[in-house]
Ligand binder design. Structure first.
Ligand SMILES: Cc1ncc(COP(=O)(O)O)c(C=O)c1O
Length: 380
């Protein structure tokens, strides 16, 4: 049990998870790419109208696969927001890439596309838009700049499954995109992820990389009579037990997204007036973006006030958390030359952002307690 009266996140069952796990055990196929993995692939490929989906052991691993597929090598530059999770860029740094950090827009906290062009150099290979909180980046501009410079676009869509931008699903704009099914995400199997592949020419090699560098997938399809080592690779496929859990969650997608929409809108409606009075900014979702309802954040006027509000909620048993520390100012970021002032919006937002409890099983009564606790707080 959590020590918190209202935790930040509480993963829970939404449907047939336990039935499907029992079925998976009965199937006798617990390793990867069993019946439930195939069901997850088919569901996501159909829903998102995408060439190929491959479940992975995490979003981090899907990003690593993307970096291998793009043949990233020593000295290649990859542009990525400083305001993101370490895996977005670490997967590319593992292949020898040099990170180039781009600042974010003050409204959506997504990478600021107006700064993209000036960061592109002769060694730039890829750009990694992160759809923060499941609100789409300006993909029309990003894709057109990337196209004119011959750059690959890999969307880190860890937050954004079933969100869309101008009527098209997030994760379908880049040559590849990555999903996370970590327990903090809208859909989970504890730890898990997926690589979405929009460029069909990448599919066959992706299967090989995911299967330890072997052509085992072709063997299972009867396309070769034995399988062997044909490329670099690793073990990126999750057990079918996890896919069984995940499939139950994906099947319940309408229900999950509807509940999250209600929770998000209630926070938004209840907190608008209070936010104006206290100088607290609520999330901004631009027209044309259908968000995935992944998180609800607040931007406090200052870091001191943010810390004060975290402590205020903690006294009431409510866990609220900050988010990304600027990557360009991390130990590794500094080794790559990152300095204070490189990404001023990121530095500012990182000090002031707070995320409220937000999960599928959050009850109306619990949410009301969070809202009431916020109303009891006044900036000093
Ligand atoms: C934007 C982003 N990318 C990648 C990840 C890594 O996901 P995973 O834990 O599935 O590897 C996270 C984790 O929360 C994230 O927020």
């Amino acid at each position: 049990m959590s020590e918190w009266h209202i935790p930040f996140n509480r993963p829970g069952l939404v449907g047939k998870e336990q039935d499907y796990i029992a079925e998976s055990i009965a199937n006798g196929h617990l390793a990867g790419d069993g019946p439930f993995t195939k069901k997850c692939h088919a569901l996501l490929e159909r829903e998102l109208a995408i060439a190929k989906v491959l479940l992975t052991t995490s979003c981090t691993h899907a990003l690593e696969m993307a970096a291998i597929l793009l043949n990233i090598e020593s000295g290649d530059e990859v542009i990525c927001p400083s305001f993101t999770f370490v895996s977005t860029i670490n997967a590319f740094v593992l292949r020898g890439a040099h990170p180039v950090f781009i600042d974010i827009r003050p409204d959506t906290l997504n990478l600021d596309e107006s700064q993209l062009e000036r960061l592109i150099g002769p060694r730039t290979k890829a750009v990694l838009p992160v759809h923060y909180a499941g609100v789409g980046c300006e993909m029309d501009t990003i894709n057109s700049i990337a196209r004119s410079h011959g750059l690959a676009v890999v969307e880190d869509n860890a937050h954004g499954l079933f969100g869309s931008y101008h009527g098209k699903y997030l994760g379908t704009f880049g040559c590849m995109a990555t999903q996370s099914f970590h327990e903090t995400k809208n859909f989970t199997c504890g730890e898990g992820g997926a690589l979405l592949i929009n460029d069909p020419t990448l599919v066959e090699r992706a299967e090989i990389i995911r299967e330890k560098g072997t052509n085992r997938s072709r063997f299972f399809r009867g396309q070769v009579d034995k399988y062997t080592w044909v490329d670099v690779g690793s073990s990126y496929l999750p057990s079918d037990l996890l896919a069984a859990f995940l499939y139950a969650q994906l099947e319940a997608r309408s229900e999950i997204q509807e509940r999250r929409r209600q929770l998000w809108e209630r926070y938004q409606n209840e907190l608008q007036g209070w936010g104006r009075e206290q100088g607290v900014r609520l999330p901004i979702v631009p027209a044309g973006c259908e968000q995935s309802y992944h998180m609800f954040y607040l931007l406090l006027p200052s870091m001191g006030q943010r810390q004060d509000l975290i402590a205020h909620l903690k006294e009431r048993g409510i866990l609220s958390v900050f988010h990304y520390l600027p990557l360009h100012l991390s130990d590794v970021g500094r080794r790559f030359g990152g300095q204070l002032g490189d990404c001023p919006v990121t530095e500012d937002v990182s000090d002031r952002l707070l995320r409220l409890p937000f999960y599928n099983g959050l009850t109306d009564a619990e949410q009301q307690q969070v809202v009431s606790a916020l109303f009891e707080w006044h900036r000093g």
